[in-house]
Ligand binder design. Structure first.
Ligand SMILES: [Zn+2]
Length: 304
């Protein structure tokens, strides 16, 4: 069985019309219920991450500022979110949600987190709606605890995983790969171990060809990782409010299946996170995020 990590406190209180789809997390879980697939997962809830543990990859002063609500106005502007106690609480929970999913993936082959992929968070500051970097923390924590030797972070969100790349710059055992649209945020890109830049307007066939090529390159550059953290961001969708690509629902489905089949076919454990997805219709956004959960079940079913 695949674990499904979620928490009722994941939603973020924001004013109507805010660019961040604040309630997409609970809507995603509702969607999975409506689809009748929740029963096929083992439900799990994370505990908040211990701040001292989190200081493995985040600055202690920054962690304090989030915990105590002392983040200054400029830092909140760069983050794109206003501090609240609810935001603080969910940020400590969601980091551990990805770690929990990764641990269950290591034990059972695959696990899915109904949040995560906050890849713009840097060591000492948040950015682009991302408070703490769950991908960097999870990979570094598992490595530090001796649970894995080599981790691959495959980030297919439409935006570059710049925070992840910078935090993990000095980690030779963690490989960061970001497939993103060149014209998207952040304007100043970081250097991942492998950056694949996609042109604005790329469609399904163009995207999937680049993905297949990237997976083949990863087989050569970083074969047989002990774990893959897969950021299945859906802001590659043609209707996404922030993305600039022309990928359809079929394209997202094909992407997720291609990634999961590739690694599970090689016996590599995969933990998925939902990443970015933006739009005025939050149920539509939640539907896009539900696709990777269906893909995970389909791949697990094929392997059984
Ligand atoms: Zn994104």
């Amino acid at each position: 069985m695949i674990s499904l990590v979620s928490h009722p406190d994941y939603d973020i209180p924001l004013p109507d019309g805010h660019r961040f789809p604040a309630t997409k997390f609970s809507r995603l879980v509702s969607r999975l219920h409506a689809d009748g697939i929740v029963g096929q997962f083992v439900p799990l809830q994370p505990e908040p991450v211990n701040p001292i543990a989190l200081s493995l990859t985040q600055d202690a002063g920054y962690i304090d500022a989030i915990a105590n609500g002392t983040l200054d106005r400029e830092s909140q502007r760069v983050l794109g979110l206003t501090w609240s106690q609810v935001l603080a609480n969910r940020s400590f929970l969601a980091v551990n949600g990805t770690l929990l999913a990764a641990r269950h993936a290591l034990a059972h082959g695959m696990a899915c987190h109904a949040a995560g992929g906050t890849h713009h968070a840097h060591h000492a500051h948040g950015a682009g709606f991302c408070v703490f970097n769950d991908l960097a923390y999870t990979a570094a924590r598992l490595r530090a605890d001796g649970d894995v030797q080599r981790v691959l972070i495959l980030d297919c969100d439409v935006h570059q995983g710049d925070g992840t790349a910078r935090i993990l710059e000095q980690h030779p055992d963690i490989f960061t790969c970001s497939i993103h649209c060149r014209a998207n945020y952040p304007a100043r890109k970081a250097t991942s171990d492998l950056d694949v830049e996609i042109d604005k307007g790329t469609d399904d066939s163009g995207y999937l060809a680049i993905l297949a090529d990237t997976l083949a390159r990863l087989d050569l550059l970083w074969p047989d990782p002990d774990l893959v953290l897969y950021d299945a961001g859906v802001d590659i969708h043609e209707s996404d409010r922030l993305g600039l690509l022309n990928v359809t629902y079929d394209g997202i489905r094909a992407r997720d299946l291609q990634v999961l089949q590739h690694f599970r076919g090689r016996g590599v454990p995969v933990a998925t996170v939902i990443g970015g997805g933006y739009g005025a219709d939050l149920d539509e956004v939640a539907y896009r995020h539900s696709l990777v959960f269906h893909a995970a079940l389909a791949v697990a079913h094929d392997q059984a």
